[in-house]
Design a protein around this ligand. Structure first.
Ligand SMILES: *[C@@H]1O[C@H](CO)[C@@H](O)[C@H](O)[C@H]1NC(C)=O
Length: 269
């Protein structure tokens, strides 16, 4: 059962009142900035160095974590993760946008993170790699229900639950690079496409935990909706009723047009 709207209110802050259609890769989906920790000049220059390293090293294998500098307050740590199904050229373009935007989105802040569909980029003056982080998240919720029929809605939520459970297992499996993508037919005409991508610094157990946290929130945030995306610092979890991961399934040119409007909702600890 979805929690009543009133119990979610303390957790939810609508970011925008406008629906957010699928648009150019240059638009980020969400960002997070620490508001209480600012950078020193030296840390800022280490952050700039970390960003350059991430831009040059990540596209070839889809993931990179690095650090620059020394000392407790001046050192900078960075991590970049592209979805492993995305081409290297698209990974590179995504990270270029991310690295250009992030320092402007979070000027002078020590902890900054930005999410795109193809990539995630984060830096901090404190070490964070290898640590599961589902403290801050953004859910993109489709405004369209899969059906108006209550029995069909329940059947969809059940099918989705079992699909996402397989996705969780695959993402955490050895050799998966934190990626799982699966599809299942809901009706002869409707296929559910699902994907999870954990950051590759996570242990399989932490990856599984991150995907679990996202999936556990789907019934509350996106009950029988046409699509939903969970953006956490440790994982990206998404389903749609059109193909969105690569290689694209046949007939997917129609699919992008069928993408329904979704709105972002922030979940804070
Ligand atoms: C979708 O279903 C929910 C019940 O879960 C209902 O409250 C809502 O009005 C429906 N939305 C639309 C657009 O039909």
């Amino acid at each position: 059962m979805p929690p009543p709207a009133s119990s979610l209110l303390p957790l939810l802050f609508l970011l925008f009142l406008h629906p957010h259609p699928q648009c150019e890769a240059a638009d980020s989906l969400a960002h997070y900035c620490s508001t209480d920790r600012s950078t020193t000049r030296l840390a800022a220059s280490n952050i700039a160095r970390v960003l350059l390293t991430l831009l040059s090293k990540t596209p070839s294998n889809g993931f990179y974590a690095t650090s620059s500098g020394s000392g407790n307050t001046n050192k900078a740590y960075g991590l970049a993760q592209c979805r492993q199904d995305v081409r290297a050229a698209d990974c590179k373009a995504c990270l270029k946008d991310a690295a250009a935007q992030l320092p402007k989105l979070c000027p002078g802040q020590a902890d900054a993170r930005v999410w795109f569909d193809y990539c995630f980029l984060r830096y901090d003056t404190r070490p964070f790699t290898g640590q599961l982080d589902t403290g801050y998240g953004v859910f993109y919720i489709s405004m369209t229900n899969i059906s108006e029929n209550a029995a069909e809605q329940r059947r969809f939520d059940r099918e989705l639950g079992s699909l996402m459970s397989k996705v969780r297992g695959r993402a955490a499996a050895r050799g998966s690079l934190g990626l799982a993508k699966l599809q299942t037919k809901f009706t002869p005409f409707v296929t559910i496409y699902a994907l999870a991508q954990c950051t590759r610094d996570l242990s399989p157990l932490d990856c599984s935990q991150c995907v679990s946290t996202a999936v556990a929130n789907f019934p509350g945030f996106c009950p029988h909706r046409n699509g939903c995306r969970a953006l956490y610092s440790s994982c990206y979890v998404r389903y749609e009723i059109y193909p969105f991961f690569f290689p694209l399934a046949a007939g997917s040119s129609k699919a992008a047009l069928a993408a329904s409007l979704s709105i972002p909702v922030v979940v804070s600890p």
